[in-house]
Write a protein that binds this ligand. Sequence first.
Ligand code: FUC
Length: 758
Amino acid sequence: MNNKISFFSIFILLLSQPFLFRSFSTQLPLKLWYKQPAINWMTSALPIGNGSLGAMFFGGVQTEEIQFNEKTLWTGSTTSRGAYQNFGNLYFDFPTHVASSDYSRELSLDDAIGRVSYKSGNIAYLREYFASNPDSVIVMRMTAPGKSKKLSFNIRLTDAHTGIKTFERNLITISGKLDLISYEAQVIVRNEGGSLTFSSDQITISDADAVTILLTGATNYNPKTASYLSGTASELHNLISERITKASSKGYSALKEAHLKDYQSKFSRVKFDLDTQLPNVPTDELVRSYNANPYLDILCFQYGRYLMLGSSRGIELPSNLQGIWNNSNSPAWQCDIHSNINVQMNYWPAENANLSECQLPYTDYIANEALKVDGSWQKMANSMNCRGWTMKTQSNIFAYSDWRWNRPANAWYCMNLWQHYAYTLDKDFLKKKAFPVMKSACDFWFDRLTKDAAGKWEAPNEWSPEHGGWENGTAYAQQLIWELFSQTLKAAKILNVDTSYISQLTDKLSNLDNGLKIGSWGQIREWKVQQDVKGNVHRHLSHLIGLYPGNQISYFQDSLIAEAAKTSLISRGDASTGWSRTWKIACWARLLDGDHAYKLIKAAQNLSYVSKVTYDGAGGGIYENLLGAHPPFQIDMNFGITAGITEMLLQSNLGFIYILPALPAAWPNGNYKGLRATNNFTVDLKWKRGLPQHAIIYSGSGDSCKLYYPSIRLKSIVDEKGKNLTFVQKDNNQIVFPTSKGRKYTLKFVNIISSIRD
Ligand code: FUC
């Protein structure tokens, strides 16, 4: 028998065994690790967070520093910008400790636990840190595994402001007031064995077997009230005291168990593997010298999901320019809510990377501020004699907004609302939350738009962030308004709102300048009047919003326009600020060019040590701790990498599921599990030699599933009961099959055979 044939038939036999098709979800342990303590907050300390309470740990041997934050600790008010603030620092002093070569500092993304371990003398020490969402505390545990009475150290807490500090035996409290906000944090220390004493500036532990330290903090901020405050300082004190007492009475194991249950149930929804080995080098070395290793891509992808769970749960506020992590009282751009790309980018991977609930603090914030009668956003619209709501570029958490007008941001914010619906099909959310806000944004533009010479609706006096002059009908404004009107129209039809509104919106949309004009050198025109300069490498891609995150530009709709977008993208270049590099990953993915998207992933992984504000792009990339470098640290790019990679693996924005739309040659084999597609589908997929092998599709909606892949050939679709399903081969590239809500379907591709044969 011919060898090739015998191998082939054995292989086919093996393929018919179900166990082979269960092998999704393999994923290497996800860990950032280092052989030395962090020396710089921005570039090397490691973040933990529960969605609103966060910390960065350094892992110093003689002195451990844990800098912490709470999302609502801001100076400023409804009339002044202020800035997001550092809350304080917690220190652990181990004066006699000297690290041996066994030092390790790590952050596990699988369990959201930071660990520091080392040997001092012949004793091994271990510290564990996590930020618990269910118990609203940061938990720290010191042990010397297998030994007793070996823990002697001091605990100090500092306030980043000038509040009052008090000690009551094992409890330290700091409290104070900023411009508007009252704040309080408490630290409680529980020693097992040994003794605890305290003085006016520290708690001292002697000869303990193990020690658990809990930290929590909050403010009296409340976005639902007109004053943005609720409760007095003493009510805040009671809340914090109750919280810490309750958590402390649970004990370390129960706290850890609750944390793991909560975190892992969300984080483990998505797995991503590129058929690679775990590199045996620390993370700083990995970025510096082994940047081509696909494990770094996996790590960066999942880090964005980790950071989202860490910075976007709880209070109705989006993550800011640094998520929630900030060690300065005067951070760059005040660590604000920036409306011309940054806050939106923070949520790009929320839906498709399966953390839908993490988008709610942002969507709730939008709905809350947009619908506040006489709130600042409505007042800004009224100041232009328009209904609805709008904003400027910079915003604090009290809806004070300043710097340049960014009127089309209302449309951009609405895209996130629509996204949440498009993925979840949550009609209640659409009706009660999204639609009223979207309609109100449409009202603003109904009142604001004017007719151009050709009789098309255009937005007067607009910009293209953040360059060029102001003029009517910029591509930025028009493309965003087009998205707003199209999505609101879809929403209106789904919700069966009155037909006169639907015809009014239909009319406006069909007479709108859609912001897609091809210019003299084949580019998408950024301005209607001003000339675009070829080779202008400005970081913003505002005229390509229709490509990503919008839906207007694609080869499936108009290849001339898609080519023009490509010309514009090439002209902008690759190197830029951190977030700009990652926006380009998603744009190249939408242009179905996986290799160029991959090039941008590598550009985004450029190891940076620059911590001062720069725009030239040379310092853009990531730091040793994999946090995004604008520079300085800006978290949008971490979410941008995750969103961009997702877009390379799966696209569904046009109503069908395109698997592996932009797979680069650098990822020939791999699998993912749990990526989300619009219309409430979830997709697992395995590929080999660049070709899909099999997929599992979970139907959350019961809609028919449209699957796209060039020259798609399916061997079979089998339901949960093993029954073969008939499917329609719509054309060379698309198949359609019916689904039932809550069911899953296993698809086998014919490619599996051809890829093995050749
Ligand atoms: C926008 C960008 C800058 C920076 C700032 C926070 O203004 O143009 O690059 O990211 O936001």
